[in-house]
Design a protein around this ligand. Structure first.
Ligand code: NAD
Length: 544
């Protein structure tokens, strides 16, 4: 309906549309009115995905009109629900499905994808979708949602984005029995066949789209996530968002918190509840940040303590992986988190174990008794798995705690009337901005310090007034500005430190980033467009 009369004539669709010509803004209004009539979030998700299939520019125009409103629908938490119901929500395929039985033919599969200039891929094997476990091919909702944020948050061209599902089967018995299931109906294939599939995929992507095609790993199971990151981090342009993206957003929150505690990161003692992808990623980045402050790696490691499902990680405990071992201290084995808190007396506790309510009243009160401003991050998702709520944390510490969470919490009004806004450590503050920075300067590998720079830049965007309200992150409605600043800073850093491959080096990095930004307005494809009906007479002579 937004085609001009001349465009309609040129396309041969005049008469196939009602005569009224609508602006894109009116179309946005129509979408919003329809959206408001949907009865629940899953319905809203299906409605928006249908729009994405039908009219991509309008979809992004709608998303960018109010990112804070639409992000929880196209991304967490609703995308999780959508993945669980993918068989029901499924209308049209989106993205590339590569099955384990396609080994030997992945290059041919990539050729089936209609676009040849791909700059960003988000890939999953569906084994650990959010906190929801193995969803197999239903996990495709995640790469689709993440890439929608690449465009909505920072403006990466959607045609240059490719969502990929590596389907190796699923161990989810319910899905194996589900007649609507869209994936391979057998158990997960592991071992050499799995490794060969991933290896061939990485090679085929680089062969077709170039060494600087960004490959973001998303929601792989714990063992594969670390293993594949270590295998490929120096070979391809790749990162793991669950490990490195989470680390950057959490460290950004900690750096912002230092402006309240008024000391350095290396003055703190961190205790993690959980020692998985999120916790180990954050701990590694804290070590890097402390080293940058000037202390030795060994000293930095000594300031971090970890608890996993078997209790405190201590020297001499059996079967510790190498990664966990470096955080093991000489101490007796302790199973109970409250006892660990009493023993270690941390300045910061960070929950990433998906054990809801793990930060008990006693633990929170103890933290407040050791510290003027205890740092308490309850990062586990979804909300039911959070280690404590924002309200519990603020009330039990009389508003002294510095709090952040993985899932969003409503503002809390304290008895004195002060309103505190809990910080949400949303990975979306990091991956779109880092992604565009990496793409724009043609980075070939993504070094760990990129995530530290990202954390620093994000923390700098937190204003004093935000801190005063309890926020450790900029408000979500500023995420587009924040992400673009991040992309520029990443590009500047990459050029300065010899990590960029674009030559010659563009002087103006802001202009470089701007040149990548997708325009959500419709393109005109005729030189002189006429308006209906005043100027209709003029087009009588247009030759088609
Ligand atoms: P993971 O499976 O890799 O790690 C979970 C860890 O918790 C393991 O080390 C396990 O040993 C430990 N654990 C299990 N039971 C425990 C117990 N009773 N006590 C102590 N530790 C226990 O998972 P992950 O990817 O690290 O994710 C963990 C949580 O963090 C999830 O809820 C996820 O949603 C959340 N997360 C949040 C963000 C964010 O806020 N931006 C990002 C990533 C992950």
């Amino acid at each position: 309906m937004a085609f001009t009369l001349e465009e309609r004539l040129q396309l041969g669709i005049h008469g196939l549309l009602p005569p009224c010509i609508l602006s894109q803004d009116v179309q946005v209004l129509r979408v919003l009115r329809n959206y408001e009539m949907r009865k629940d979030d899953l319905d809203r998700y299906i409605f928006l995905m249908a729009l994405q299939d039908r009219n991509e520019k309008l979809f992004y125009k709608v998303l960018t009109s109010d990112i804070e409103r639409f992000m929880p629908i196209v991304y967490t938490p609703t995308v999780g629900l959508a993945c669980q119901q993918y068989g029901l929500a499924f209308r049209r395929p989106r993205g590339l499905f590569i099955a384990i039985h396609d080994r030997g033919h992945i290059a041919t599969l990539l050729k089936s994808w209609p676009e040849t200039d791909i700059r960003a891929i988000v890939v999953t094997d569906g084994e650990r979708i959010l906190g929801l476990g193995d969803l197999g091919s239903y996990g495709m909702g995640i790469p689709v949602g993440k890439l929608a944020l690449y465009t909505a948050c920072v403006g990466v061209n959607p045609q240059q984005c490719l969502p990929v599902m590596l389907d190796v089967g699923t161990n989810n018995e319910e899905l194996l029995k589900d007649p609507l299931y869209i994936g391979l109906k057998h158990k997960r294939i592991r071992g050499q066949a799995y490794d060969d599939l991933v290896e061939e995929f990485m090679e085929a992507v680089t062969e077709r789209y170039g060494q600087s095609c960004l490959i973001q790993f998303e929601d792989f199971g714990n063992t594969n996530a670390f293993r594949l990151l270590n295998k490929y981090r120096n070979k391809y342009c790749t990162f793991n968002d669950d490990i490195q993206g989470t680390a950057a957003v959490a460290v950004a929150g900690l750096l912002a918190a230092l402006r309240i505690t008024k000391n350095k990161l290396s003055d703190h003692k961190f205790l993690f509840q959980g020692a998985g992808e999120a916790a180990l990623g954050i701990a590694e980045l804290i070590v890097l940040a402390m080293e940058k402050e000037g202390i030795k790696r060994q000293q930095a490691l000594s300031r971090i303590w970890m608890v996993d499902s078997k209790g405190l990680i201590v020297q001499g405990r059996a079967n510790l992986t190498e990664q966990k071992l470096q955080f093991a201290h000489p101490h007796s084995e302790v199973r109970n988190l409250a006892d660990v808190v009493q023993d270690v007396k941390p300045t910061a506790i960070i929950g990433a174990s998906a054990i809801g309510g793990a930060f008990t009243e006693q633990i929170i009160k103890d933290m407040a008794s050791f510290n003027k401003h205890p740092i308490i991050f309850a990062l586990s998702n979804p909300t039911s798995k959070a280690e404590c709520t924002a309200e519990q944390c603020y009330r039990l510490t009389e508003g002294q705690a510095i709090f952040a969470s993985g899932s969003p919490f409503n503002p809390v009004t304290m008895p004195c009337g002060k309103v505190l806004h809990p910080g949400q450590g949303n990975n979306a503050y990091i991956f779109p901005g880092v992604g565009l920075g990496v793409i724009a300067c043609g980075m070939r590998h993504i070094h760990d310090e990129i995530f530290l720079i990202a954390a620093e830049v994000l923390a700098e965007q937190v204003l004093e007034e935000h801190l005063a309200e309890g926020r450790l992150y900029p408000p979500l409605n500023t995420i587009q500005t924040v992400s673009r600043i991040l992309a520029v800073k990443i590009a500047e850093y990459a050029f300065k430190n010899g990590m960029a491959s674009v030559y010659p080096e563009p002087e103006d990095k802001q202009a470089l980033i701007n040149s990548f930004i997708y325009n959500t307005n419709y393109d005109d494809f005729v030189i002189d467009s006429y308006t209906w009906p005043e100027e209709a007479s003029k087009i009588q002579t247009v030759k088609i």
